[in-house]
Ligand binder design. Structure first.
Ligand code: F6P
Length: 545
């Protein structure tokens, strides 16, 4: 990967000293030049700490990093996940038509279509009351068990889509903390509950523990001799482990090695979406994502949403060195977007070496977090406006509501625009002094009163406006974030598709579980702090059995 060009480093140094609002005064064409449109979307990044000149240099840098080539290589199924020798073909899951795409000599599109047909059949049968449980009663509610990529995407989409398609009740259970499963099962009728166990590996500790407890809950409640297996479906690449768990092969839908967990909601991992909102909604989600894929593959660098947003993300994180990124969806339906994005961006790009094993040149993925507007205005926006850090904020705002309360929707959207404006312009001391003096505050109390109210402004943000949050636009939005994340990985030289850092904690948990559950000794060499903590937990854990 070419190093960060000196000209960009110089531009960053200059821009750090600029007031963002002055950049607008110096260039009347700024908004037009820093706004992208796609369908009825508008992405305004004119409030970012960026000049049109720096933007042009960033586009040139994307070109010299061969970003377009990498996007094509990903879509064509090249094995770009080098450390696992796999392609990253989530885009194939939403590709329309039947043009074959081969992985190791096998047409994966044929497999995808066959799985989609099964998903459609299962969803239809369930919604029409034809899928029966062990007692012969139709199954009515779903508990989706999975974690990470096997949870976050389907959960986000299930919650985001409008309730007007007679949604089926779907609860999500991810945490090994039994509290979540216990709450999900409370009030549910075992005779009419379907569990969908989603795990690419079918070895994930949390998922297996929850699935095992769910099976015990069923077995305790169903008539003796009945088959709890009828209340389970699995989505996995490990069919034999699902079979060992007691789920019949006919009730297992596939996942494939060529799809990463955090990119998998478009596969059978999204079965809960198809059941909850109907297969048509799932198909529209795929269509929106496919439309975004086509845009990202074909649009020139400068008007390519994923490339420009990826460049801005890289500029903010790796050149301006902002350690955090805040995402604020102004839509209650998108409450789970920050959590999904955390896994997408931080598991993909939270790394310190490049594909060739050499260290990356500067900071990589910034910490990402956020919450819905307007709630977050009454929580962390104070910090964004008056804290000591400059943190880029991303506003995601569907304009039209899927409900009839249009006045409230207007309030919501207006607040998003106002917050971005406030971050930009702030509130200056002179104006405050005048206002406070007019209110009779004078003498020594005037200065601290004014200082406490000053908002420095000059804080960057991007505004993503969507016409409405339907399945199509949601699919396109999530696909855009996937592509943008990939673009950022290309600019830093990272492999976005492995996650070796997660494995260490998983393997270290095993001896600690054995120490606590079976009173086994910790392995030699266990550090003193962990040893002492285990002893303390042991002492306070009630003895069972
Ligand atoms: O968090 C690590 C991880 O491997 C994720 O990449 C994945 O989404 C999650 O665990 C769940 O894995 P599985 O689907 O195999 O249960």
């Amino acid at each position: 990967m070419p190093p960060v060009p000196d000209s960009l480093v110089t531009a960053a140094r200059t821009l750090r000293r600029e007031r963002l609002i002055d950049l607008f005064g110096n260039d009347p064409t700024r908004v037009a030049r820093m706004t992208l449109e796609w369908n009825d979307w508008r992405i305004d990044f004119s409030k970012e700490r960026l000049s049109t000149d720096a933007l042009a240099q960033l586009i040139a840098h994307a070109d010299s990093c061969n970003v377009a080539h990498w996007i094509a290589a990903q879509a064509a199924g090249e094995k770009i996940n080098l450390s696992e020798n796999r392609p990253a073909l989530h885009t194939a899951l939403r590709q329309g038509g039947d043009t074959p795409l081969y992985v190791d000599g096998r047409d994966i599109i044929a497999d995808v279509r066959a799985t989609q047909r099964r998903m459609g059949d299962i969803a239809r049968a369930f919604r029409e009351g034809q899928r029966k449980g062990a007692t012969g009663l139709p199954l009515k509610t779903v508990v989706h068990i999975g974690i990470g990529g096997s949870d976050l995407g389907p959960r986000l989409v299930c919650e985001a889509l409008s309730a007007d398609r007679a949604p089926i009740d779907v609860a999500f259970v991810s945490n090994v903390d039994p509290e979540q499963l216990t709450r999900a099962l409370k009030g549910r009728d075992p005779a009419t509950t379907l569990f969908i166990v989603v795990s690419k590996t079918f070895t994930t500790q949390e998922t297996l523990a929850n699935a095992t407890s769910a099976r015990a809950w069923l077995a305790a409640a169903l008539p003796a001799g009945s088959d709890p297996g009828r209340h389970f479906l699995a989505v996995t690449a490990n069919v034999s482990a699902a079979a060992q768990f007691g789920i019949a092969a006919d009730d297992v839908l596939p996942m494939w090695d060529w799809v990463g967990g955090r990119y998998s909601l478009w596969s059978a991992v999204g079965l809960s979406i198809a059941i909850r909102h109907g297969y048509q909604a799932f198909a529209e989600l795929l269509e929106g994502a496919a439309a975004m894929d086509a845009h990202v593959r074909n649009a020139p660098l400068a008007s390519n949403l994923a490339i420009v947003l990826g460049l801005i993300g890289w500029w903010n994180a790796s050149v301006l060195a902002h350690p955090q990124r805040v995402v604020v969806p102004y839509a209650q339906a998108l409450a789970r977007l920050p959590a999904w994005l955390q896994q997408l961006t931080l598991e993909s790009n939270g790394k310190r070496v490049k594909r060739d094993g050499s260290p990356v040149d500067g900071p990589t993925a910034p910490g990402l977090w956020g919450d819905t507007g307007t709630d977050s205005q009454h929580a962390f926006f104070q910090w964004l406006h008056q804290g000591t850090h400059e943190i880029p904020v991303e506003f995601v705002v569907p304009i039209r509501a899927a409900h009839p309360l249009h006045n409230q929707q207007t309030l919501l959207v207006a607040n998003a625009l106002a917050q971005a404006q406030a971050l930009l312009i702030g509130r200056r001391g002179e104006e405050l002094h005048r206002e406070l003096a007019a209110q009779g505050i004078q003498g020594p109390s005037l200065q601290p009163a004014a200082a406490a109210r000053i908002c420095p402004g000059n804080r960057p943000s991007t505004m993503i406006l969507l016409p409405v949050l339907d399945a199509y636009n949601l699919g396109a939005l999530l696909a855009l974030y996937e592509h943008r994340t990939f673009v950022e990985s290309v600019l830093t030289g990272i492999n976005a598709f492995d996650q070796w850092g997660v494995e260490l904690g998983k393997s270290l948990a095993k001896p600690i579980v054995q120490a606590l559950a079976e009173n086994r000794a910790l392995p030699d060499g266990t550090d003193a702090s962990t040893r002492a903590l285990v002893e303390y937990v042991r002492a306070l854990t009630p003895k069972t059995g």
